[in-house]
Design a protein around this ligand. Structure first.
Ligand code: BMA
Length: 362
């Protein structure tokens, strides 16, 4: 039996499985020691431009490309707002344009990862509305919002199903729901539901999307966030090997403490938590990634070569994705995580690309 057939978990019998091809590409990146560079919303907007506002269907702009001559390998996008039929996501990206961005990025040879900052189905608030600790239980089977929530999942599934290449084939994606579930800031976070509830939530989402809706071209990524104490306790909120393909870390360099504290703390956090996740990934046969990272505003000129590069060095990471570059209020001109033309870290970022620490899509 061919290796593909053994690996394949859908019904194609290994003949053609886009999901397994994507898995292989990520595994090859790890073997090559090339950490693919990722950027959230890269094709959608950047420093002083916005594809949605400009109705720009070419989607050729990118802050990363403007600085380093090529697109990031991994494009992160978010579906928050789709569940309530909004035309644009929570950060203002038109969903039709986002579909085009997925298709263009895939056609260029890139990889797409989707997250979901969904609203609060119990209160009608947003993802950060943590007023009630019953939101997760309310959407589980038997809960008062269960059917309502399945309606939300239906919309997400319909959208994902519509992400097809020019030959009409489903585009394989990394799907990263329920991220940062070890924190307290989202309603599905560890402060607001039990470990059992979380695990049931994940499995319900997986089973529904995979078996009920037939979405078999997704690699499922779970992303615990850094915890100052007892990081290993995240494993209580691990739903099982059958429904997870990738384990990733969400870890930011803090802007709430002075830089001289933030930089070493970031290095220590990455080492401790990635070390733990690396062991876990190896034991469970999963791919390791840094699913979100960055330093808001990039106020340290050498952040790429002196902070990020040493933090990921030696870890078998498939990709590292930095968060978005927005100049929209209320965040103003500081919510930037990738380099941009004229920004303070252009040269330093290019050094990381040239010496092979981070890989762009050429
Ligand atoms: C956060 C911030 C928010 C944004 C959210 C989802 O970290 O960037 O402004 O709405 O991610 O992209």
């Amino acid at each position: 039996m061919a290796a593909g057939a053994m690996l394949c978990c859908c019904s194609c019998g290994g003949r053609h499985c886009p999901k397994e091809e994507l898995r292989q590409r990520l595994e090859e990146a790890v073997q090559d020691g090339a950490c693919l560079f990722g950027h959230q919303d890269d094709l959608m907007y950047g420093h002083c431009w916005n594809a949605t506002k400009d109705a720009d269907t070419l989607l050729e702009r990118s802050d990363v490309k403007a600085v380093a001559g090529a697109y990031p390998f991994v494009l992160g996008l978010d579906l928050g707002g789709l569940e309530t039929d909004n035309q644009s996501n929570l950060d203002g990206n038109d969903f039709s344009l986002m579909r085009l961005a997925v298709q263009k990025h895939h056609a260029r040879g890139g990889i797409v990862t989707l997250s979901w900052h969904l609203g609060n189905p119990l209160t009608g608030g947003n993802a950060w509305d943590t007023g009630s600790d019953y939101v997760v239980s309310s959407i589980l089977p038997g809960g008062q919002k269960h059917e309502y929530f399945l309606g939300w999942l239906d919309k997400v599934c319909a959208y994902i199903s519509s992400l097809k290449d020019e030959d009409g084939r489903q585009i394989p994606l990394v799907w990263r729901p329920w991220h940062e579930h070890t924190g307290g800031w989202f309603w599905w976070g560890s402060s607001h539901c039990s470990a059992e509830e979380f695990n049931v939530l994940w499995r319900m989402t997986y089973d529904y999307m995979t078996y009920e809706k037939g979405l078999r071209d997704l690699l499922w990524a779970i992303s615990p966030n850094v915890m100052d104490e007892d990081f290993d306790s995240w494993m209580e909120r691990y739903p099982g090997d059958y429904c997870v393909d990738i384990v990733g870390l969400d870890c930011y360099c803090s802007t709430y403490v002075p830089q001289e504290e933030a930089l070493p703390k970031y290095g220590a956090d990455m080492e401790r938590c990635l070390g733990s996740l690396q062991k876990f990934a190896a034991q469970h046969g999963k791919i390791l990634a840094v699913t979100e990272t960055g330093y808001e505003g990039l106020t340290y000129e050498k952040w790429w070569t002196q902070t990020l590069a040493p933090a990921i060095e030696g870890f078998p990471i498939a990709w590292a994705l930095v968060w978005r570059n927005t100049d929209q209020r209320p965040l103003g001109l500081k919510h930037f995580y990738s380099p941009w033309p004229g920004g303070p870290t252009e040269g330093d970022f290019c050094e990381c690309i040239e010496n092979g620490t981070l890989k762009l899509l050429h």
